[in-house]
Design a binder for this molecule. Structure first.
Ligand code: TMP
Length: 212
């Protein structure tokens, strides 16, 4: 880790609808990678611990109202406030497993009707992930899993729209995993993609920026 000049940690993002299993998978991946001796951290967006994060959290709990563009920019600001720490961690050899990122930002906001290009604007220049693991699940199936916690976006009709908007963002860094499979099968596939990705970053794949 970190010995070779350009060696660095990998930026790995998990995306998917609410209840697609991202959070459980990211916990499992974290302990697997730790056991393998990698330097790794698990992050998530929104990061509700910052001032901006508190505003987002209150909006999601329906305790405050914000117009669609304002909340979009707050989600983005919440990533910007973490950008330099993110870069520092990666350069020092730590792999980051990030639960949601700019793709959630664009998919959820554009599902409300905002223009996709407008939504991408504030994300430009954030660090580009080396790998995006998309946990693909039919919205109906995710809803059946129960435990939609009652936050603002946790409604079937809206999740259907989000799923369509996610698909437009898919690029070469994406791996689409069938998240209706048993948890162990999903986990096995994720491990393989992640191990490959970490290896490429260790041999010095350059960091790049999103959507420029
Ligand atoms: P969470 O349940 O993963 O904490 O995410 C909270 C909600 O916020 C979830 O419904 C997805 C949504 N979201 C956005 O609308 N824009 C974003 O940029 C992010 C990170 C999440």
């Amino acid at each position: 880790n970190g010995n070779r000049d350009n060696s660095r940690g990998a930026l790995i993002v998990l995306e998917g609808l609410d209840r697609s299993g991202k959070t459980s998978q990211s916990t499992r991946l974290l302990s697997y990678l730790e056991q393998q001796g990698f330097s790794v951290e698990s992050w998530r967006f929104p990061d509700r611990s910052t001032c901006v994060g508190e505003m987002i959290s209150s909006y999601l709990a329906n305790k405050s109202q914000l117009d669609d563009r304002t909340i979009h920019l707050l989600f983005s600001a919440n990533r910007w406030e973490k950008r330099s720490l993110m870069e520092m961690k990666l350069r020092s050899g730590t792999t980051l497993l990030v639960d949601r990122y700019s793709y959630s930002g664009v998919a959820f906001s554009s599902a409300k009707g905002l223009d996709v290009e407008w939504c991408k604007g504030p994300e430009m220049g954030l660090l580009a992930p080396d790998l995006v693991l998309y946990l693909n699940i039919p919205p109906e199936k995710a809803a059946e899993r129960g435990g939609y916690g009652g936050e603002r976006y946790e409604q079937l009709e809206f999740q259907r729209k989000v799923a369509q908007h996610y698909k437009m963002l898919c690029d070469a860094t994406w791996k689409i995993i069938d998240a209706s499979l048993p948890m162990e099968d999903v986990e096995k596939q994720l491990r393989e993609f992640v191990m490959d990705c970490i290896a490429t970053c260790q041999i010095g794949k350059p960091l790049s920026q999103l959507w420029l």
